[in-house]
Design a binder for this molecule. Structure first.
Ligand SMILES: Nc1ncnc2c1ncn2[C@@H]1O[C@H](COP(=O)(O)OP(=O)(O)OP(=O)(O)O)[C@@H](O)[C@H]1O
Ligand SMILES: [Mg+2]
Length: 341
């Protein structure tokens, strides 16, 4: 659906060139929700803005739905852009227009007739759940409602692709979840491809099928969200994953317990998909003569299955701990020793 080949973006600035995106190769599939995560300045916005040519790549090729969008200009580009909607962190609404008028705006530009326009706007208002607020001005709306207007406006011309640049970063956690649910719903209902960029792993975990990690202009890791959670390769990816799996207190608790029980061992267990449903801890205690302290446990839901993470401390004679570890190694559960006594 979307193909990036050796895409580069270099900003020429007075004080020197900035390589914002370097050698990006990416294939985004029809109908998936694809996330790009990275810290501030990683080049995420530069990358996503090249998809609808708000930024021109310095070199490389971008193809969307069979059309090489990086090679077209003028009328042809304007037409191609109608198939690509975009939403923004700060909504980019027209402040002097009502909700209805904001949503109608792209339809006016596309030359849609008035009656048809009204019908379409009503349909979009229902889709994003803004019934009753049609005549409000953006300044009279909450952040979540503003983003709903942004989404409705982006979908007005029935695009095939929706680009989201930090669409939930200005919202509180609860509103973020509501907007993410709306995006999931739209993706399922309309079957459109969504590309989103974020610096929050929670956003990736909740709605993305696949993820790419960006660091200093390069894509350093990419894969199915569940697989990246299970087995993050790069340091930066591990840091993002830990934000979901470990609470701030975890490290302190581990330190405290290893001090208190110098003979024990702390291990992290990773459960993917069906292994979550097995009575693993029960079996572990039954098969070995050790104490098991649960330090932290969490199950996260991704669109493609659940991911469980359990940190436990094992106490007992060294040979019993060894036995327990070899039992765990035989199970469908991945294990990592995180603190030796
Ligand atoms: N118009 C521009 N001119 C010059 N440099 C730019 C321009 N836009 C972005 N940059 C630089 O390119 C790099 C990548 O910026 P970009 O906005 O793509 O990062 P980002 O990952 O979206 O960051 P954030 O999470 O803060 O939005 C940064 O070093 C930035 O300073
Ligand atoms: Mg950005």
């Amino acid at each position: 659906m979307i193909l990036l080949e050796k895409v580069q973006k270099i900003y020429r600035a007075k004080h020197g060139d900035v390589a914002a995106v370097q050698d990006a190769n990416l294939e985004i599939r029809q109908g998936e929700i694809f996330g790009i995560i990275g810290y501030s300045g990683a080049g995420k916005s530069s990358l996503i803005r090249m998809l609808n040519q708000l930024e021109k790549p310095t070199s490389g090729r971008i193809t969307i739905g069979g059309r090489v969008i990086s090679a077209i200009t003028g009328k042809e580009l304007r037409e191609a852009r109608q198939e690509i909607g975009m939403i923004f962190q700060h909504f980019n609404l027209l402040w002097s227009r009502t909700v209805r008028e904001n949503i109608a705006f792209p339809l006016e530009i596309a030359g849609v007739r008035k009656e048809e326009r009204q019908e379409r706007v009503d349909e979009l208002i229902r889709l994003v759940g803004l019934e009753g607020r049609e005549d409000a001005y953006p300044s009279q709306l909450s952040g979540g409602q503003k983003q709903r207007v942004g989404i409705a406006r982006a979908l007005a011309n029935d695009p095939k692709v929706l680009l989201c640049d930090e669409a939930t970063s200005a919202l509180d956690p609860e509103t973020t979840d509501q907007i993410l649910d709306l995006l999931l719903d739209i993706n399922a209902r309309l079957g459109l491809t969504i590309v989103l960029i974020t610096h929050e792993m929670h956003v990736i975990q909740k709605i993305c099928d696949r993820v790419a990690v960006m660091e200093k202009g390069s894509i350093v890791e990419m894969g199915d969200v569940l697989e990246v959670f299970r087995n993050p390769k790069q340091e930066i990816t591990k840091r993002f994953v830990k934000k979901i799996t470990d609470s701030i207190d975890t490290n302190e608790a581990i330190e405290h317990l290893t001090e208190k029980y110098p003979s024990g061992q702390v291990v992290r267990l990773k459960f993917i998909g069906e292994s979550i449903e097995q009575p693993f801890i029960y079996e572990l205690i039954r098969k070995s003569n050790i104490e098991v302290n649960i330090l932290q446990g969490k199950i996260s839901q991704t669109p493609n299955g659940s991911y469980g993470n359990l940190i436990v401390q094992l106490n007992g004679p060294a040979e019993e701990i060894e036995k327990a570890i070899s039992f765990m190694e035989q199970q469908q559960v991945e294990m990592e020793v995180i603190a030796h006594a």
